[in-house]
Write a protein that binds this ligand. Structure first.
Ligand code: ZN
Length: 690
């Protein structure tokens, strides 16, 4: 299922504890400012400069921002809850027992080191026993059940499954039904482009990746020669798969990744892969239709199966097995995994403490159990009520905005309002958290625990096929510092983890709250009408409700935004003379949501103030404070490698442009700070969609 989140931090490898004063009141915003810079020259630097200077990136992180600070506070609450839940002598609820024992097993580094590779042996033997390529299908199904939802790795789909990705989700053209989805996958670098791009950075990452695989094979006991050969073998297979995978940008068009076909048709795409055996092994009947997101990829799977001998496939599977298992293997595997995925890829200097990695693993596997521990500590009914009021105010502003657009015709407006009225929201946490009925968890078997919960997840996911959509499901855990819009559910979702100061606080003045959490609410609402969201209707179906004329106007306005952000750059650590440009097409939906979101937050504040004279706070007007609230949310220090990775692979622009890219389009900002034409924060070609 696609969802469009907010990305307040690069989650992977990004966490550290910092004792922070509780962030509140406008003086907090004021303290962040760099007053040596004019707001109309570089608003991000103005809003964040002092904070950035005072908060260097901790060694175990790739980025550190105000989001990272809140993330740490959330971790502390989880830590406290887990220390209680992990104690078997206390009276524990089933959720506490599961997640407490999972955490305790994960924390037992000594036990893990003593066990060595023993927990992996039965799985390695299983791969060795495959006697022909016909046996690949059942093995892939088995490995998909072991899964990878560990949360410390990168992957294009977020779920780097072996050979391809397989899940179930709503049918894009009939959002009442859950259907199986087969998708591209099978690579363990974060993006298919990294296998094919010829720039220095990509070449360096490929070399580093091959070396990393070599090291892992050696740790598994292979000779250096065999390890080197095996690493090359895996690289060859993954490169074949990457080459037949679509780019992230091409995947943004929902129609380009919708191909509902029968299993027979899928079988014709890859005749040498036994889909009947695969379906039987994952436990669903092979009689149904499947959304094959990238048919060309599955033709490529066929070519790859033919091109590489069985032994090479076994090597590939062993790599994926050890890669998936790494977080629960002995320390030397964990360190080697970090040296590539943390150090080389993101620039982090040190492995983060084990308790934080174990929380990340619990979050990725037993996230709804963890969410219960979190909400008990960090979220109350009062927060929910206040948030409901803000959402209602932002919704009203969006409705007014749509009605007042001068470029959209009456017919499309009417349809847009139907979609708008269909939007629902969820705030805080799931009403009925999942219970993981098939998960078997012991305090002494960390790797088996991870596999067992993953298998439970695949079972749960596939059991939804042919059942009606459940709008109560959450795609993020309650403790997550993020928010999302789901085009197929047509709902906006705000986990309790983001409803914390300084995003959302009773101590913030209204203007700052509107700029911070209001901007976030507006962002998610706007996703319903971004380049992807606008293609879904009120019921969540991929259906064109636009007049041709208005669709053309939308595209030309969207192109303005794409061109604007393609002009922004970050440093290329591998080639300082040639900066990396943001990908305006890839980031279009997020940038459109930032622009629309802040505008409707601003409008909602105006409504709330209703012309009443507001006092200055620290010398700032409410109009200035709303922009300062938005700026504050994004204050983030980046390592060069992390900024490059984000620019290349992430749909969210780096923080500086999430602030400056938006305000330079807004006359409201320019008026608030008395900016003059020709200043950097006054765009001569300002873009506006919403
Ligand atoms: Zn977003």
């Amino acid at each position: 299922m696609r969802r469009t989140g907010l990305l307040l931090l690069l989650v992977a490898f990004a966490s550290i504890a910092f004792a922070q004063d509780s962030a509140a009141k406008t003086s907090f915003i004021s303290d962040n400012l760099d007053k040596s810079v004019e707001p109309c020259v570089d608003f991000y630097q103005y809003a964040c400069g002092n904070w950035l200077a005072k908060h260097p990136i901790p060694p175990d992180r790739a980025t550190y921002g105000i989001g990272g600070m809140v993330f740490d506070q959330n971790l502390d609450a989880l830590h406290e809850g887990l220390e209680v839940a992990a104690n078997p002598t206390t009276k524990r609820s089933p959720a506490e027992r599961r997640v407490g024992d999972y955490y305790a097993a994960c924390m037992d580094e000594r036990g893990i080191n003593e066990a060595g590779l023993k927990p992996l042996q039965p799985e390695l033997a299983r791969i060795d026993a495959i006697s022909s390529k016909a046996g690949l299908a059942a093995q892939i199904a088995h490995m998909h059940a072991l899964g990878m939802r560990d949360g410390t790795q990168f992957a294009q789909s977020g779920r780097p499954k072996s050979l391809f990705d397989f899940t179930a989700g709503l049918d894009d053209k009939d959002a009442t039904k859950v259907i199986p989805i087969a998708d591209a996958g099978g690579i363990a670098l974060p993006d298919r482009d990294m296998y094919v791009d010829e720039d220095e950075r990509s070449k360096g990452l490929r070399e580093g990746y091959v070396k990393h695989m070599e090291n892992m094979f050696e740790l598994m006991g292979e000779s250096p020669e065999k390890a080197a050969a095996d690493a090359k073998t895996v690289m060859a297979i993954e490169t074949d798969l990457a080459k037949v995978s679509m780019t992230r940008t091409d995947r943004r068009d929902p129609n380009s990744i919708y191909h509902k076909i029968t299993v027979k048709e899928l079988q014709a795409l890859s005749p040498d892969f036994n889909w009947t055996a695969y379906f039987a092994a994952v436990g669903i009947p092979a009689t149904q239709t499947v959304n094959v997101r990238e048919p060309k990829f599955f033709q490529g799977v066929e070519t790859a199966i033919k091109a590489h001998p069985l032994d090479h496939w076994k090597t590939y599977l062993k790599w994926h097995l050890v890669h998936q298992a790494a977080p629960m293997l002995p320390t030397k595997f964990v360190q080697e995994n970090f040296d590539f995925y943390g150090k080389q890829l993101t620039g982090a200097k040190e492995l983060r403490p084990r308790w934080k990695r174990c929380i990340a693993s619990a979050d990725a596997t037993l996230g709804e159990d963890l969410g219960v521990l979190y909400t008990e500590r960090k979220f109350g009914p009062e927060s929910k009520k206040r948030m409901e009021t803000m959402v209602a105010n932002l919704e009203k502003a969006l409705a007014d905005d749509i009605q007042s657009l001068d470029w959209m015709g009456a017919e499309t407006k009417k349809a847009a309002m139907v979609k708008f009225h269909g939007i629902t929201n969820k705030i805080g946490y799931p009403e009925h958290p999942r219970t993981y009925p098939f998960a078997v968890i012991h305090r002494t078997t960390p790797l088996a625990n991870m596999w067992s919960v993953n298998a439970d997840d695949l079972k749960w996911t596939l059991a939804r096929i042919h059942k009606p959509a459940d709008k109560r499901e959450w795609q993020m855990t309650a403790n997550t510092l993020n928010a999302y819009y789901d085009p197929q559910m047509n709902n906006i979702n705000f986990p309790a983890g983001i409803l914390q100061p300084p995003y959302f606080s009773k101590d913030n003045d209204d203007a700052v709250n509107y700029g911070a959490i209001g901007g976030v609410i507006g962002h998610e609402l706007t996703h319903g009408f971004d380049d992807q969201g606008r293609q879904y209707d009120a019921e969540g179906n991929l259906r064109d409700w636009w007049t041709a004329e208005d669709a053309t106007k939308f595209k030309s306005r969207a192109k303005c935004v794409a061109d604007e952000y393609s002009g922004f750059t970050v440093k290329d650590p591998a080639n300082p003379d040639k900066p990396i440009h943001l990908n305006g097409e890839l980031t279009l939906g997020e940038n459109a949501a930032d622009n629309g979101g802040l505008r409707i937050a601003y409008m909602a504040l105006q409504d709330a103030l209703a012309g009443k004279q507001q006092p200055l706070i620290d010398g700032y007007t409410p109009e200035q404070r709303v922009f300062m609230g938005w700026g504050t949310v994004w204050c983030t220090n980046y390592r060069d490698k992390a900024a490059a990775l984000q620019a290349k692979t992430n749909e969210h622009s780096v923080s500086k442009y999430r602030v400056n890219g938006v305000v330079q389009n807004m006359p409201e900002f320019q008026k608030a700070f008395s900016c003059k034409a020709g200043q950097p924060m006054v765009s001569a070609t300002a873009c506006r969609i919403w």
